[in-house]
Ligand binder design. Sequence first.
Ligand code: ADP
Length: 266
Amino acid sequence: NDKKINEFRMMPYGKENVLLISRDITRIAQLEAMRGDFVANVSHELRTPLTVMNGYIEMLPYSELAEDSLAQKACVEMHKQSKHMQDLVDDLLILSRIESSAEKIYDNVIDMANIMRQIEIDAQRLNSDKGHTITFHVDPNLQVYGVATELRSAISNLVFNALNYTPNNGEIEVHWYRYAGKAVCKVIDNGQGIERKHIRRLTERFYRVDQARSRQTGGSGLGLSIVKHVLNHHNSSLNVKSRLGHGSEFSFSLPHQLVIPFSKTK
Ligand code: ADP
């Protein structure tokens, strides 16, 4: 369609005036939408064949083939890689959906205590071979307006990162509380931490502090990018505090317009 899109910027002009600058960004917006559509379509198309492949590969270790030790090794590696590809495609799809999300954030009241419970169950499952102590401190009466799937995905990503980037037997805390009329979420770990110079770039797509190691942990490199877009959609942004070798704290607060006042939750 040929609707024009303009970007406006205000700048001080002299002592009492402001200058309104308008720029036609129609073409940029069209290209950006095309890129988003393309990524969404490719991810969607790749999903089915990958699921089928993964299903067969998962069965291979139980077949006659697996009696051969080389074939057994190949099966394990193929399964790992195809699972990784599946996670990547899933995250690409989530990211492009969120990027173009037109879902209204004020339409639904989210029961965050319930979402936190689900995230805790998933985290404990993932923790079975890591030995971390994970504690959730959740205000049961703190509900917000928003998109439940998006907020769940954002908080899950922060929690799973804390689990993955903390050496075994670490300590992970998740907080959800009311502060100065806002809703605050904090995920704290005492893991490997992040050097200051990387922090600014963490939410870029596929940005990883240590490419080789991150690939081993199996993430897609899109987790924090998803978090950034979800928070953007909810008028918020991600704060990161970290000390190399000591741990990290990822947090965000949802503005008071999204927080349900006490009276409504009782
Ligand atoms: P990935 O799939 O690689 O985990 P993310 O976008 O979720 O991708 O994270 C980007 C990078 O940020 C990670 O590769 C890792 O280097 C770093 N990172 C994220 N969370 C933590 C954390 N809790 N502790 C240390 N490093 C982290």
